[in-house]
Each structure stands twice: as structure tokens, then as C-alpha cells.
Design a protein around this ligand. Structure first.
Ligand code: CDP
Ligand code: MG
Length: 889
């Protein structure tokens, strides 16, 4: 019985998620060592050291080993034509002074670990060093992996620009898109993309160098890649075509990689690049943290802007929606005189209504003289009267706040410089922001403005924004949590780790001394965990195991993981994959212990190989793999997209503030219910239940042109519909690229499935969500009232119910599959479809035993059928296997 959630990270490709992943920073025990700088270029504050690992761990930094050897000149030098400005900016980066140390270490060792403070230039410069030293060519590329898409895209663009090369030569590849060509020599990609490439070509023969960037994040795929590369590098060496591996990270606990005899036979050298970091004064909030951290951020930024000397502000929030809403509030409060639209156009989601209000407020501001700020009077808030944002909080923030802003300790020179009427140049920054909009944060803000970047966790280590002097840290991060019952994940906002908090603070001290305002108390900070655990230990690993099996790594348990996942997680993953038919089932002979061992080393099946090529979780991959039958693929793609997006419909059950609103909500709810009945179709289609409603809603919405108006009128969430459209397109591309000859074209205006197709779809869904089968409790089984209308599931002993919002709520089919279980007053199944019991043995044979009746059948054994016994008799005992109804190919 598994009822806990465990925190973990996005599925499939970590960087693919709409939300930002939690980042972790691990400290190195390394203290900076001998400060000899390369090539006689003394660079203040920047030092590097190579640690001969035979001597000691990374904490024993010694002066550069290179000192004992004459520096060797690179054999090749490929010239790069950089602009003078770029060259000047590069020379300021600490890593430039260490080029020679780094290149010598790379030339002498197959594997090198490179640590350096974020912003020291690792990501942008090391690929250039390699290019100049002749490591990159179109037949032997330099490949760089990033755990986040945003970094892969933006870094490839940056490096191309710095080197004055086209993006045909310096390119990127992320899950569904990229600009790689035959000419590509430097390729940035997400770690998930490289993992897929290992499947096709285990030796990675297209590459001469692989750089694993941001290894400190310990993203699941990064960890696996390091394990795999620890084997690939010696194999390439044996073949006489050496592959160089460079593991790069912010300061971290390198011991996880170096003191790990399973990983590398010869411990690689560690090069530490120490960037100059100016002191950052950290200010904690005195009060216990508020729920409204977004509002608190707003107030803090207002204060900094009005009271403190020039310098950019970086705000850390948790998600895209929060980022946009704070940007809007700030732009309203501190509008630009004329080019305010520079910020406004970033806000794609700004509704017409908000735009109208915004314009109105700008008009009004023109005639309003902005009060000159009195430093002792916090209560002047430049927000228009009657403005929406002038809520109670904005006022008491100022009066009753416990903020301990550092006002420069009476440093009058600085105080004079503070100019409250300076416009605020507000920019959002998050993963999914269009690249050209992301790039804005790297450019200098317009003259006489103050830069304010409102970011999610991407700004913690992946991207370094120039000119930041103030950091406002809400202390939270949005993380994906996996529910162990259903395997379905959800995002939750949680506290960050101490290491993350320090990393965020460090963003303020890149170019001059800075300040970090933590919107939580120091007591709360002391309760933060020190580091976040590696992702692999926190999430279900079935997708990972499938990928590994596709690499023919059968005994996953013996794999050199930098940190191994828990054995139970491995066992659960194998069990699910066996049930899905992705792995060959082990023989059920021998002792239990042997059986268990066999279970943990099952080889992949042909179906599993196909599943491994789809860029979605195994349950959904199985559905896609079966869907070429009877032209079901477009429907399955839509169902999978809709299930991934979730919450397609507006929620009208919220409490209303007035009678008028009550009536309005009632009307809307009635309209939605009516539409859902229509979308659910008739006859056999109806049995597809909630999934048919999804299909119908998407089809109808697309037929109407997917307009906001249609969505509002019919109770659909407009944003969800746009997202589904995007995912359908992406999945279609992905399916076309893996299924030769599929040539699929998703007609947005999808015709409804035929009755036969609807039946096939139910079988396909059952085949994918097999472990989510539930059986209605029969009258004779009713133990007590709490089981009335209840279902039994394979995973829980408690009764579960069909959610009242389900179209099948009143139907109560005997057998159903569900997408997820949510727990409110009861355990409720959502995303429900009816299935026929006779399909179960045909589609989920691993769940069933076929054989003679047992002498002493377990109590729930069904004597009528007498032919099968299931693993989980309480769910399946009414199943008979005589009527297999679908071909599984
Ligand atoms: O990888 P690491 O954190 O060590 O540093 P980096 O990402 O290579 O960044 C080096 C410098 O380049 C930073 O000062 C960034 O602000 C700057 N940079 C930039 O100006 N524009 C970009 N698109 C990317 C980086
Ligand atoms: Mg970097």
C-alpha cells in the first residue's frame, strides 16, 4: 500500500517541463589553491588548480601541476574572428586566464572535471577553447549537454555570436526542435537528447568531445550520462578513437563523482576556476514568511527601487504565471515615460482588459506628478487611485513591514544617487519564454532606467544576468512531485535548499558588492535542507529504466550511477514495464529470491524498443505504440496531449461573492455539463467516458478555430487548449520521426472517431494504463456502507470512487481505467473510461495467471470461471479470458 508522495522531477526530459526545475548547488570542499595564472597573465581574484587525485580528494588543492612541466603549445590553432567588444568582454571572464591549464588537462586526460562559480564563463568559453584547439569538426563534434532547454538554446546562440559563426556551425537540439546541420561542429543539446543518441550509437562516434554541463544539478539524465560515459570513454580509447569527457559544474560536492570507484577507474583531475565574487549582504525578513510571497516581492522591489542606489534587481519567483503577474504590477507602478512597450510586448498573455487598464493608467500618469520620495516615509505608493493593485497589502507593507533595507549606512554619496523617479525596466525570464525575449536580459537596459528581472529558477545557475546588485529571493521553488499511488505528477511550491539560497544570493555580487533580500526568516532558513537530493533518488524511474534497457543494460542494479536510486524504485519500475510488456517476463520458476533477481534483470522486448523511441512516459508510449492499428494514432496523440495538460475545463464550483455571480456560475456550469454530454457522444463512444469528452472538446474547439471566445462560452480553459494544440503538433512530429512511413498529419479539426475506433481506443487506453484498472464492488461484497458505489483498485486497499465531475459518475461501469486518483474528502478517480473485463487477460497478460484451478484457491478466487488466477485477485477475479478482442502487435 503506497500512499505517500515523494518529491521529484519532471518526466522524460527534465528540461522539457513548462515549469522550472528545482536547482541544487553542491558545495565543493575545495578551497582555492595556488593562484598561479596561466600564460603569465595575472588575473586578480581568479585562480585555478589541478588536483592530482592520486594524492587526495578535491579538498587538497595544490598549486598547478603544470608548474612542473613546460606549458605545451596547442598543436592546432583554429582562428576565430571575434568582434573587439566580444573579445573585451571575454577577457574579463575568470576562465579566460585558465585556458591553458584547462586545455593541458584535457589533452593529457580522457576525463576532466571543471568547477567554477556560475558566470565564470564555463558554458560559453570552454567550447570555444576546444574549437580553437582543433577539437571540433563536422565529423567529430563538440557536444554540450544542458539539463534545461532554455540553456541549450540560448547558449548555442551566444557562442555562435561570440565566435562570429552561423548557427549552422554552432547549433542546438532540444526534444522536438533544433537547427543542427551537416556543418555543425559545436552542438548544444539537452541531456535527454544525448541519451537518445547513445541508444542509436553507443560509442557516440559523431563526437570528439562531450561536455556535461551543470552536473551539480544532478538531473536524472545527466547522472545517467555520466555513468554511461564512464564506460564509453575507455571503449573509445580501446578503439583508437579517443573521446574526451568534460564534466562541468558550479561549485559542488565533486566527491560524488571522484570518490566513486564504480564510476571511474582512474579518478579524473579536478580544475577549480575561482571567480571573483564580491561580498553580498544578506537580509532576512524578521517575520514568519507570508503565503503571499509574490506580493511581498512587489513591495520589496518597490522599496529597493525607490530608496537604494542604482543597480539591477533580480527577483526569484516560482513559475511563469507569477512572473507575469509581478511584471505587470511593477510596470504599472513604475511605468516608462515613452518606451514602456519594450516591456509590455513581452507579456504575451496580457489580456485585452489588462492592456486597457494599463494604458489608462499610463494616460493618467502623464498628468500626475510623481511625488518625490521621502526616504522616511514609506507610505507613498505610486499607484493610481481606484487601481486594482492598490489593495490593502500594498499599504500595510509599507507601514508595518519588518524590512531591514540596508540604506547604505549613511553613506550620503550613495544615498544621493538613489533616484526614485528612475523608470523601472521590467523583464520576465523563464524557460518557455521565446529565445529572443530571453536574450533581452543580457543586453544593457535603456539609459536612465533600472533593470528588474523577474525570473524563475533558471536565473539561479543556468543563466547569468549582468549588472545585478539586488536579489529578492522568495525562498520557494516549484517542483514536480510524484504520487506513488498513481505515478502521476503534480507541481508544488516548496522551500528551496540552503545551497540554492546561497547560490541565489551570489547572483548579486558578480560585478560589485550587493544585497540579497530573503523574504523569510533566518530561523526558517536554518530548517531548509542543506542540498537537494539528486533527482534520481526522488522520482519513479520507469522511463529511465526503459531507456537503459533499450541500451541493453539489463542488470540496471549494477549500473555505475553517481548516486543509485532506491532498490524499491527500481523494482517498481521493472514491474510496471513487465506489465506493460516492455520487458520480457522472467520465468516464474525457482526460489522466490531467484525470481526476484530475475525480475531485476529482464531484457527489453520488441514492444519495449518501440516504446523507448517515443518521447513520452512508458504508459503513454505503449498507447502510442498500439495506435497505428485502425488509424487510431491521431486520437491517441490527442488523448495523450490532453492527459498531459490536464484540467481542460473551467472550475465553476468556487464560492461566489454575490447572488448575481452565483447565478452566473450556475449558468456556466449548466452550459459546460450540457456540452460535455454532447462531446461524450453516443453508444459505444460514451464508454470511452472522460477521454471521449476530451477528444470531443478538443475537436469542437479546433473546429471553432480555438478562440478565446469559444472557450469562454463553453467552459474550456483557453490556455489548456492552446497547450494541447502545441503538444499535438510536437507529438506528431516525434511520431513521424520514429515511425517510418507513418506520414501522419494531425488535422486540428479532427473528425470524431467511429464507433469501432472508440472501442479500439478503450482497449488502447487499457493497455497503457493497465495498472490503473478498478472494479466496482459487487453487492455481495459490500462490507459496509463506505463501500457503496465504490471501486477496488490494484494499488489501494481503500475504496475509491468515480469523481463527480466524471461523465461516468452515474454510469458506474463494472470495470474502468483511470488516469489518476486524487484525494479530497474521498479517494476519487479522474479521467475514467469503461473497459470490458474480457480484454484484461488479452491486453494485460502479465497481470493474469492462466492455469488450472488451485487446490486451495485464495478466498477471492473465482470458482465460476475456474481458469485464471490474477496477481491481484481482488481486482481481477471476475475476469475471464475467452474473448481476446484486439490484436496487439
Ligand atoms: O557557465 P558559467 O556559469 O560559468 O558562465 P557563462 O554562462 O559562460 O557566462 C559567462 C558570461 O557571459 C556571463 O557574464 C554572462 O552574463 C555572459 N552571457 C551573455 O552576456 N549573454 C549570453 N547570452 C550568455 C552569457
Ligand atoms: Mg554555465
Amino acid at each position: 500500500k503506497r500512499r505517500h508522495s515523494s518529491e521529484s522531477e519532471p518526466e522524460e526530459e527534465p528540461s522539457s517541463s513548462e515549469e522550472e526545475m528545482e536547482e541544487q548547488r553542491e558545495e565543493t570542499g575545495a578551497s582555492s589553491g595556488g593562484g598561479l595564472s596561466a600564460a603569465g597573465k595575472p588575473e586578480e581574484g581568479a585562480k585555478a588548480a589541478v588536483v592530482p587525485q592520486q594524492l587526495a580528494g578535491p579538498s587538497a588543492m595544490v598549486p598547478r601541476a603544470a608548474a612542473s612541466k613546460p606549458p605545451c603549445k596547442p598543436a592546432v590553432f583554429v582562428p576565430v574572428d571575434r568582434s573587439p567588444e566580444i573579445q573585451e568582454a571575454r577577457l574579463k571572464l575568470p576562465i579566460l586566464a585558465e585556458e591553458q591549464v584547462i586545455m593541458e588537462a584535457i589533452s593529457e586526460n580522457p576525463i576532466v572535471i571543471l568547477c567554477g562559480e556560475t558566470g565564470s564563463g564555463k558554458t560559453t568559453q570552454v567550447p570555444q577553447f576546444l574549437y580553437e584547439a582543433g577539437y571540433a569538426s563536422s565529423s567529430g563534434m563538440v557536444g554540450i549537454t544542458e539539463p534545461r532547454r532554455v540553456a541549450a538554446v540560448s547558449m548555442s546562440q551566444r557562442v555562435a555570436k561570440e565566435m562570429n559563426l552561423s548557427n549552422r556551425v554552432v547549433s542546438y537540439q532540444i526534444r522536438y526542435e533544433g537547427n543542427v546541420t551537416d556543418e555543425t561542429q559545436i552542438k548544444f543539446m539537452t541531456d535527454g537528447v544525448l541519451l537518445k543518441e547513445v541508444q542509436k550509437d553507443f560509442l557516440l562516434s559523431k563526437y570528439k568531445v562531450i561536455i556535461i554541463d551543470e552536473a551539480h544539478e544532478r538531473s536524472m539524465y545527466t547522472d545517467i550520462l555520466i555513468g554511461l560515459l564512464s564506460r564509453i570513454v575507455p571503449l573509445r580509447e580501446k578503439k583508437g578513437q579517443p573521446l574526451k569527457l568534460i564534466v562541468m559544474s558550479a561549485t559542488l560536492r565533486v566527491e560524488d563523482f571522484t570518490d566513486n570507484s564504480r564510476l571511474f577507474s582512474v579518478t579524473p583531475p579536478v580544475i577549480q576556476v575561482d571567480a571573483r565574487q564580491f561580498p553580498v549582504t544578506v537580509h532576512f525578513n524578521k517575520k514568519t514568511p507570508l503565503d503571499d510571497y509574490s506580493g511581498e516581492c512587489f513591495r520589496k522591489v518597490c522599496k529597493i527601487h525607490r530608496m537604494l542606489p542604482p543597480g539591477g534587481i533580480l527577483v526569484f519567483l516560482t513559475g511563469q504565471a507569477e512572473v507575469h503577474s509581478l511584471c505587470r504590477r511593477l510596470r504599472k507602478a513604475f511605468p516608462f515615460q515613452k518606451n514602456n512597450t519594450t516591456g509590455g510586448d513581452d507579456d504575451r498573455e496580457e489580456s485585452v482588459e489588462e492592456m486597457r487598464k494599463f494604458k489608462k493608467s499610463r494616460r493618467r500618469r502623464k498628468v500626475m506628478t510623481l511625488p518625490k520620495i521621502d526616504l522616511d516615509n514609506y507610505s507613498v505608493v505610486p499607484v493610481d487611485e481606484g487601481d486594482e493593485d492598490r489593495d490593502a497589502e500594498s499599504d500595510d507593507d509599507v507601514a508595518g513591514s519588518d524590512i531591514d533595507l540596508d540604506l547604505g549606512d549613511g553613506d550620503s554619496e550613495e544615498d544621493e544617487k538613489s533616484d526614485s523617479s528612475l523608470p523601472l525596466y521590467v523583464l520576465p525570464l523563464y524557460s518557455l519564454l521565446a529565445p529572443e525575449k530571453q536574450a533581452k536580459v543580457f543586453r544593457a537596459p535603456p539609459p536612465d532606467t533600472r533593470l528588474c528581472v523577474v525570473a524563475t529558477n533558471v536565473a539561479e545557475t543556468s543563466l547569468t544576468i549582468p549588472g545585478i546588485k539586488y536579489v529578492v529571493d522568495c525562498g520557494k521553488v516549484k517542483k514536480r512531485f510524484y504520487d506513488k499511488i498513481t505515478g502521476v505528477s503534480s507541481f508544488r511550491v516548496t522551500w528551496i535548499s540552503q545551497a540554492s539560497a546561497d547560490q541565489r544570493a551570489g547572483r548579486a555580487g558578480r560585478t560589485e558588492p550587493g544585497h540579497c533580500y530573503r523574504l523569510y526568516s533566518s530561523a526558517v532558513f536554518m530548517d531548509f535542507e542543506k542540498f537537494s537530493a539528486p533527482e534520481i533518488t526522488k522520482r519513479p524511474v520507469e522511463d529511465l529504466i526503459l531507456q537503459m534497457k533499450a541500451l541493453n543494460i539489463e542488470k540496471v542494479i549494477n549500473f555505475p550511477f553517481p548516486t543509485p536510486p532506491p532498490t524499491e524504485a527500481l523494482a517498481a519500475a521493472e514491474e510496471l514495464l513487465i506489465a506493460l510488456g516492455a520487458l520480457k517476463e522472467p520465468p516464474r520458476t525457482g526460489r522466490l529470491k531467484q525470481q526476484l533477481a530475475a525480475k531485476l534483470s529482464c531484457p527489453i522486448s520488441p514492444l519495449g524498443r518501440i516504446m523507448a523511441t517515443f518521447p513520452v512516459a512508458p504508459r503513454y508510449a505503449k498507447m502510442l505504440a498500439l495506435s497505428r492499428q485502425h488509424d487510431c494514432l491521431p486520437y491517441t496523440i490527442t488523448i495523450v496531449s490532453a492527459m498531459t495538460v490536464r484540467e481542460l475545463f473551467e472550475e465553476f464550483d468556487r464560492p461566489a461573492v454575490s447572488e448575481e455571480e452565483t447565478a452566473r456560475l450556475k449558468g456556466k456550469r449548466a452550459r459546460l455539463l450540457q456540452m460535455q454530454k454532447i462531446w461524450a457522444g453516443q453508444g459505444p463512444m460514451q464508454k470511452l467516458g472522460d477521454l471521449m469528452v476530451m477528444l470531443g472538446a478538443v475537436g469542437a474547439c479546433e473546429y471553432a478555430g480555438c478562440t478565446r471566445k469559444f472557450c469562454e462560452e463553453n467552459g474550456l480553459r483557453y490556455k489548456a487548449m492552446l497547450e494541447i494544440r502545441r503538444l499535438r503538433g510536437q507529438l506528431t512530429t516525434a511520431v513521424n520521426s520514429v515511425c517510418t512511413g507513418a506520414n501522419l498529419y494531425v488535422d486540428p479539426k479532427m473528425k470524431p472517431p467511429t464507433e469501432a475506433q472508440a472501442t479500439y481506443l478503450r482497449q488502447i487506453v487499457l493497455a497503457g494504463l493497465g495498472d490503473h484498472v478498478a472494479r466496482r464492488v459487487q453487492a455481495e461484497e459490500l462490507l459496509d456502507d463506505k463501500w457503496k458505489n465504490a471501486y477496488k483498485t490494484a494499488l489501494l486497499e481503500d475504496p475509491v470512487f468515480i469523481h463527480p465531475s466524471s461523465i461516468l459518475f452515474r454510469e458506474l461501469p463494472e470495470f474502468v481505467v483511470y488516469q489518476e486518483i486524487v484525494e479530497t474528502t474521498k479517494l476519487y478517480m479522474k479521467g475514467v473510461s469503461a473497459v470490458e473485463p474480457e480484454w484484461i487477460p488479452a491486453l494485460l497478460p502479465p497481470y493474469c495467471h492462466f492455469g488450472k484451478p488451485l487446490e486451495n484457491p485464495p478466498p477471492s478466487y473465482c470458482p465460476e470461471t475456474g481458469r485464471i488466477r490474477c496477481h491481484r485477485p481482488s481486482v481481477f477475479h471476475r475476469v475471464s479470458w475467452e474473448l481476446p478482442a484486439v490484436e496487439v502487435d
